[in-house]
Design a protein around this ligand. Structure first.
Ligand code: KG4
Ligand code: ZN
Length: 335
């Protein structure tokens, strides 16, 4: 008999639902929340309210697009954490209620594990073991994966996440939230060597730090703007290209170090920042010039999506890893 799972993702500011049949994603619907743009970041209270409005139509559309009836479902999966508690609660309550009504089990999924397992939605799929650089708005991790559900974080940021660095620096440049994709867009027209920003000193073998870069960009901009109030406006593309160049350099340095240490040359990237064109190009270059095998997800599976929750839930279903109805969301949830 086939395994059909409905998966729900609501950890931050995207409401998403996906349907998976025997490990094949049939639908992946994402509703973004534009309400946060004007505030320069995600407002938790507004995010949970928007999830509450979006969740029914998003789930309905995912089921319709997949051509699957509720009664066919074998289980309902949802993101348990990490994330914003108010946002997570919407997905959790919805999934529990639906599973109760249908008398089917629930599967709780770790959002960070799911970013990694997004690589098992499409071909080519990485072999075990492989390393994954997971770079999102809330996390920056190097993960060593030995099996679908067996993974270990071997390095992470000690302060800001890479996506956070993109977004906060974008805000300094006057760009709306989320700034990462806009920095990427402007960087395409700029010179990455126009301005030099410092890279952090070592913070442990495979750990990252981005707060120093953020501060140095801030001081640099303050100094330049005092002399020329149009400095940002006149140099936006070069500033974006130089910041992006530095962030990608910091990420690649530690990823390469970890690969050499573990002698693992199957390397993947995941999370929202893996949509960044310079990071994708740097990873591709490792593959062409370094002879490494590299894995880059489709754009729809980089930023938050329920497809990645669905593929993770599929493997948890095979392992009979179900949760109790009494389970509650976790703002912090280690891999
Ligand atoms: O994985 P994700 O959707 O949400 C979290 O789990 O945090 O990642 C969102 C992050 C944001 O910081 C956003 O600015 C960044 O991913 N991002 C990008 C790009 N697309 C999304 N950063 C740089 N370049 C991009 N093209
Ligand atoms: Zn994410």
């Amino acid at each position: 008999m086939s395994i059909y799972i409905l998966a729900i993702e609501s950890s931050c500011d995207d409401t998403s639902a996906a349907v998976i049949k025997d490990g094949i994603v049939l639908s992946n619907i994402v509703a973004n929340q534009s309400v946060h743009e004007q505030y320069g970041g995600v407002v938790p209270e507004l995010a949970s309210r928007a999830h509450q409005q979006n969740i029914v139509p998003v789930v309905d559309t995912a089921l319709k697009k997949a051509g699957v009836e509720k009664q066919q479902l074998s289980a309902i999966a949802f993101t348990l954490g990490p994330g914003l508690i108010g946002s997570l609660l919407v997905g959790t309550c919805f999934a529990k209620a639906m599973a109760l009504a249908l008398d089917i089990p629930i599967i709780t999924v770790n959002h960070m594990k799911a970013h990694v397992l997004a690589h098992f939605i499409d071909d080519p799929k990485p072999p075990f073991p492989f390393l994954c650089l997971t770079v999102s708005g809330g996390h920056t991790q190097i993960v060593k994966i030995t099996d679908y559900l067996e993974m270990e974080v071997v390095g992470e940021t000690i302060d800001d996440a890479a996506g956070e660095a993109f977004d906060k620096i974008a805000k300094m440049l006057g760009l709306p939230y989320p700034g990462g994709p806009l920095v990427d867009k402007h960087a395409k027209l700029g010179n990455p060597k126009a301005f030099q920003f410092p890279q952090p000193k070592s913070h442990g073998e495979f750990n990252f730090s981005f707060s120093g870069l953020k501060t140095s960009v801030l001081y640099f901009l303050q100094k330049q703007m005092a002399a020329d109030p149009d400095f940002i406006k006149n140099n936006l593309n070069d500033l974006c290209a130089s910041v992006q160049y530095t962030i990608v350099k910091i990420l690649m340095k530690k990823l390469k170090k970890a690969a050499h240490h573990y002698e693992i040359y199957d390397v993947a990237i995941a999370g929202g920042v893996s949509a960044n064109s310079a990071l994708r190009a740097a990873i591709e270059k490792l593959g062409t010039s370094g002879g490494w095998k590299t894995y880059i997800p489709q754009f729809q599976y980089c930023t938050d999506n329920a497809g990645m929750i669905a593929i993770t839930a599929h493997h948890q279903y095979l392992a009979q890893d179900f949760a109790e109805q009494s389970v509650t969301p976790m703002a912090r949830f280690k891999i």
